[in-house]
Design a protein around this ligand. Sequence first.
Ligand SMILES: Cc1ncc(COP(=O)(O)O)c(C=O)c1O
Length: 780
Amino acid sequence: MEEAAPASRRDPLDTPPPAFSLEEARAVAERVFGIAGSATPLGSERDQNLRLAADDGENFLLKISNPADQRGALEMQSLAMLHIAAVDPDLPVMRPQRSLDRSYHAEAEGPDGRTHIVRLFSFLPGRAVIAPELQTSELWAVGAAVARIGIALRGFFHPAGGYEILWDLKHTPRLRNLLEHVSDGPRREMAERVLGRFEQRVGPNLPSLRAQMIHNDLSLDNILLDESHQVSGIVDFGDLTHTALICDLAIALVSLMWDAPDPLDACRTAIEGYTSLMSIEEAEAEVLGDLIGARLVALGLIARWRVDQYPENADYITGNEERTWALLDYLDTLTWPQAGERIRSACLSETSARSSTRPPVGELIERRRRVLGPALSALTYDRPLYLVRAQGTRMYDEQGAAYLDAYNNVPVVGHCHPRVSAAIAQQSRTLNTNTRYLHESVVELAERLVATMPGGLDTVMFFNSGSEANDIAWRLATTYTGGTGAVVTAHAYHGVTTTTIAFSPEEWAAGQQPAHVETVPPPDGYRSGGGEPAGAIGMALDALTDRGMKPAAFFVDPLFTSDGIHTPPPTYLQKIIRALHQAGALLVADEVQCGFGRSGSHLWSFESSGITPDLVTLGKPMGNGHPIAAVVTRREIAERFAQQSDMFSTFGGNPVACRAALSVLDVIEEEHLRLRAHEVGLHLREGLAQLQERHPSIGDVRGTGLLVGVELVEEPTTQEPASRLAASVMETMRERGVLIGSTGPAANVLKIRPPLVLTHDDADLIVSALDAALNEPTLG
Ligand SMILES: Cc1ncc(COP(=O)(O)O)c(C=O)c1O
């Protein structure tokens, strides 16, 4: 057990920080780094940190180090940041800048005659948040960032790594020397209990845990978040040291638990983020609760000790003191064994799931074939993907390889969004029943949906799939109009039931067009200039009438996702709905694929036409993967149906599904995903349009928001569909870790339809993978 007193050596915590005036700091930056600008102070416990706004607009962090900091340790910090930048370039860590004489470290004399090492770093964007403000997805993201830092640093070593710092949790026993600074008796006893547990349970086990260089201060002061709730900056490597890897997680968890409404819940979510990238070993899970206690005691005792030393700096030193003792009190009252067990089980639930033995790919394909039969859709890709987990825009296979999911619209707010998962879990623990009993969420969801629709669409019915919603829409339309004939677009898809497969020419066997269905061409701006809708719909309605059938409805996917992705002018649907109403028929806007903000301009894609459909059907992304679908219509249409029969679906509108859908609406709103679809979609189409200039096989780039089509042709003048090329590009992109699909009658339109949380970088990755695939299409 270590006994040394904390102040037995020259310690930065025990040495007054540098005190350059702003003008002196500014002059140092100009003389040493050649950067002229203005300096503003930033907080620091032991250094002097300044934001340097250079005259050319760029921002830097100027760090004047405490003279007690050893040069070797400071060099180690800069080298660690450079190492991270090299192995995980997307991880937003500060980048050290060179001085005029090409060094990362310069010396400058301070006003008091002491010599200081001065460093300059890139200034990272984002804001420091506090725990109670954190959304679930942010807790998760912070946990994942902590794991990434650990992974990025695991290949890093520096001889100064043995540098001793009291903040290193392995030195926890030394904190006993500081107990005398705590005058509050109960607090001192609480700290003693934690130290006792540490000495008994953690100390003996620490030497056997995974150890490496760690950041050692990943608190929310040093993890910045941006507008889109992603980690945008990891700063302050001043406590970097070689110790047990799990300490970084313990330190981060403390700051995520402070003032959180349910600290252990926050802890669990962050641990899930962490274990999504790195497993926690059993021995680490065993001590994590006590390490959290140790960090809290370190914060509490070091603050007390330093206030006694520097009373003039008390405000800064004690900034987190009350919440530290409050959290200690909370965990102590819960009892440390109980708190430790909850934290332990959060760590291991993922680990044990992951370590379960999985059958090999070939065996699973064979078993799948045997029990699921030949009618089930074939697996995509020559080398089928065996997926085991997903998060955000990424899916991971059984080998741990990541794939950018640029194809699946169901996880509209990102795969496994913690907010949606939590809503489902919470409601399924509370109540799940049917709509013959009164419960709140189904009413709340219906009200929320009605509020998003144009006036008049005031009635909602809930089902479980898009097919079911379209099936019921057809029953409503036929009952209301008395008609029996339908119109759809030439390569549409509207569902899998007997009714809706009849409305899905994409699935018809050749020559098997049902007698009650007519088709119209989609508005293809690339091949036919968009066509004249009124003429085509008029002919289709006449054809039905000629066969003795009154038309009941036109089912339309407003972005024509199965027809090859087309965005007609607003007049298209306006003319069609007029023609339909004149014939006594209704318009069903099938938003199953393109709804929920995908178009970028509106929540529902029909809205850009300025029309009010008679019926709107919703599905797929509605529960981010949890089954739920709906029909929204006018009251009079629902009333006509009610005169004949009532409507009940066992699972339709169940509370779990409704909570999932409500949380999806919340996330779309709070994370501004519609706007994001618009902005990132634009960026993606711009990148693809640039590719088009280099690749003659790209005949057309089109779409709206995050529904993007890239039509491949043999050559632009003939416009002959390049179907085989499209199939091979899909395969090659999969090998490069990007998943897309294809659509259109010739399957030659690459279909890019990612979750709406796609980032600009993800969009760039799609473009570069397509570029590479078009350069080497035969790879696939
Ligand atoms: C436009 C459209 N409508 C309806 C459906 C059917 O939905 P589900 O597969 O949930 O039954 C789909 C499914 O792909 C679709 O894309």
